[in-house]
Design a protein around this ligand. Structure first.
Ligand code: ATP
Ligand code: MG
Length: 436
């Protein structure tokens, strides 16, 4: 038996298409990144494919570059899904315990999850994930692993994430055109959660806000289980568009201005030792003017103030993003149950001052979600905009060896850590039974 297995992640975003190729050492259960590539995306708008041919060209470029770096070709990949077509609901299933002695076995768990999965969906939507939340045995609630318990009636609640069938089909077509099969579709909010949320935060209650270029994905965890998944039609590209409009510059120049501000927040400027107030004010005024040459901008530009761009253009848009997040949370009355606050990931998490805006707008603690350490060629990917693709690898790592991974249904550490090994195995065998 080979000692290692290849896991590939493809994240076709609005801004960039990332491919990560890693090997999983079966002994140490550790990932080792061998190939990394991120190329500008074409054919994608608001996180959905709008031009199949361009999307295929983008993915091919990205995959080829990652394979060249890894030095070998891959056969299948985990694929990220996002966009406003993503919706979620919590559903219940009930079964009678089958054994005459009324001891619950893994088959009862399989049946009850299947019952919870049976929701009526319009023909144009498909199930992406079925994530069991908890179980009820007779009148006892909040059971994480019912196997071995005694009871007559077994109930389960599951979190179900669905998406538009056409969006999934288009993604699958692209991947198949590359000669690969899909190991699983993974909602981007969920893949981000895999690598940015701690167990304690999951238990306490937390919302992961993944701000991509074209959309923002949310996952809310309450008492260790996934309560809500959603996607908002707003992203970091809106900030760029606002800068372009407000400063009358091209989108390309606006993007450079935005990036320049990330690494050079005017608020961070401090007086130098020995510098008097007047000198400091003068220096600050000079430093507040954007230098186009420094940013590599060739467009003709009037003198632009960094402070005015941040406060007058970027902050209102960031506030709008978090106001929309807040509305989504309030609608389900979730604000009081997420004391661990907001974890921001995705490229948008790099926007200057975003953590503070999130904290003030939602009145909750906020932090930036950095991907956890991973071995290999990871120098350029240790930042929030690679959280989704690293999360896909992590998702694949947890599923490795458990199933042939065709349906894109959530398994993994989530169950293992929250519900225990026995339960995780029961779930695994259940999903295997669903596979063709
Ligand atoms: N250093 C940075 N400073 C400011 N913004 C940044 C920085 N890095 C990336 N971004 C912004 O993040 C966005 C890209 O994020 P990401 O790569 O997560 O998006 P995507 O996955 O391509 O899109 P989506 O998931 O919405 O389809 C862009 O709008 C980009 O301007
Ligand atoms: Mg993304």
């Amino acid at each position: 038996m080979p000692r290692s297995q290849v896991i590939t992640a493809i994240d076709l975003g609005t801004d960039k298409c990332t491919t990560l190729i890693a090997t999983l050492d079966k002994e140490t259960n550790q990932l080792h990144v061998k190939g990394v590539s991120a190329v500008p995306s074409r054919g994608v708008r608001k996180s959905q494919i709008v031009d199949l041919e361009k999307a295929i060209t983008t993915m091919t470029e990205s995959l080829d570059a990652a394979e060249r770096m890894a030095g070998f070709d891959v056969k299948s990949a985990y694929v990220s899904v996002s966009g406003t077509h993503i919706k979620s609901q919590n559903s219940k299933g009930v079964v009678a315990v089958a054994a005459p002695n009324q001891e619950i076995v893994s088959q009862d768990v399989e049946r009850v999850i299947e019952a919870a999965r049976a929701i009526s969906l319009p023909a144009d939507r498909s199930v992406i994930h079925v994530i069991p939340r908890d179980f009820k045995v007779d009148s006892q609630e909040g059971i994480k692993d019912p196997v071995g318990m005694n009871g007559v009636r077994l109930e389960s609640e599951a979190h179900i994430i669905t998406g538009m069938t056409t969006a999934l089909k288009n993604l699958e077509k692209c991947v198949q055109d590359l000669g690969l099969s899909v190991d699983g579709f993974v909602f981007s909010g969920l893949s981000a959660s895999e690598v940015v949320v701690s167990e304690t935060e999951r238990e306490l209650g937390v919302v992961v806000v993944d701000i991509g270029a074209g959309s923002t994905s949310l996952c809310v965890f309450v008492e260790g289980t996934l309560e809500l998944s959603a996607s908002l039609p707003i992203g970091a590209r809106h900030i760029t568009q606002d800068i372009a409009l407000g400063c009358r510059v091209s989108l390309e120049a606006a993007e450079k201005i935005k990036f320049g501000l990330t690494s050079n927040d005017p608020k961070e400027m401090k007086p130098r030792p020995g510098e008097n107030k007047e000198e400091f004010t003068k220096r600050r005024k000079l430093a507040d003017v954007i230098d186009p040459t420094e940013l590599g901008i060739n467009d003709p530009m009037e003198n632009l103030s960094k402070k005015k761009i941040i406060e007058g253009i970027m902050v209102p848009r960031m506030k709008e993003i978090f106001t929309m997040v807040g509305k989504k949370l309030e609608h389900k009355n979730l604000i009081p149950v997420i004391p661990a606050g907001v974890i921001i990931s995705g490229g948008g998490a790099e926007t200057v001052g975003i953590q503070e805006i999130a904290r003030r707008t939602l009145n909750l603690p906020a932090r930036i979600g950095m991907p956890k350490e991973i071995k290999g060629l990871t120098m350029d990917i240790h930042n929030p905009s690679f959280v989704n693709s690293i999360g896909l690898l992590e998702y694949g790592r947890q599923r490795a060896g458990k199933s042939s991974a065709r349906s894109g249904i959530q398994l993994g550490s989530f169950f293992k850590s929250v519900f225990g090994k026995k339960f995780s195995e029961a779930i695994s065998s259940f999903f295997k039974s669903l596979m063709p």
